[in-house]
Design a protein around this ligand. Sequence first.
Ligand code: T3D
Length: 266
Amino acid sequence: MTDSAASPTVEVGHQAGVRTIRLSRPESLNAFNRQLHDELAEALRAAERDPNTRAIVLTGAGRAFCVGQDLKEVNRGSDGTARLSGMLRSHYNVLIKRLRTIEKPIIAGVNGVAAGAGLSLALACDMRLASDGATFVTAFSAIGLVPDSGAFYFLPRLVGWPKAMELMLTSERVSADEALKLGLVNKVLAADEFEAGVQRFAAQLASGPSLAYGLIKRGLYRSTFSDLDTMLEVEAQYQEIAGRSEDFHEGVKAFLEKRKPEFKGR
Ligand code: T3D
């Protein structure tokens, strides 16, 4: 349970259809404790429910994005040894799956270091924009653990097996520019215009055809484990839905009238 007297560990802002969720334990580099897990889960639930939220930005306060589990608060059994699977099943795994099933674009605004499950969190978002000062570290093997929170799933799919193996075994720190070359991030922005650049990008998505975006997200992730026949049928079904939307009607009308479409997200 979250201690209601404790300072909030998540800050939420809303502007131009973009809900910004900022992890805010800067003194611990935004490491996860129970309170942060609970407040992030609640912020994501609210973002999912709110029809005026058409894009979500996940970012961090201070010099870090997120450095994974707070190592000062590791769950231990009565004999003092760590008990890790419970927290993974009850919190981390639920969080990672939720990022995938929310049918709105979720952008990780990687403002600084992303390590351990903090890296996994960024990888589970739909896109990653990084500040040029951001760094990326798998970190798990450096403390004798294995990757978790989806890192085994996402990292090889983004950077390929050989590089994923190297990053997981060595826990070496990767710069933003290197991350861009590896395909780990979509864009790198200069630190002094990072916040504004992320908001501009997200606002652009928030003014797009949100219903189609939700279906694109669902379809793209489905294609990861489907064959061609399945995906051709999925495309037919999703296109039927998109084709009946007001946004499709507006998109075609705007095209024929040679103007920019005004999408409503439905
Ligand atoms: O149920 C479960 O618990 C299982 C789940 C596991 C999920 C995981 O995420 S396991 C992996 C946990 N994360 C890490 O192992 C990362 C550990 N941190 C680092 O490797 C480095 O701190 C960084 C590469 C992230 C950043 O390095 P640097 O040089 O920029 O900063 P620093 O000096 O190492 O750290 C600054 C402070 O943050 C320092 O505290 P101090 O000395 O100023 O009081 C450091 O201890 C603290 N800090 C950094 N990471 C964590 C942390 N404190 C608690 N937990 C952390 N994860």
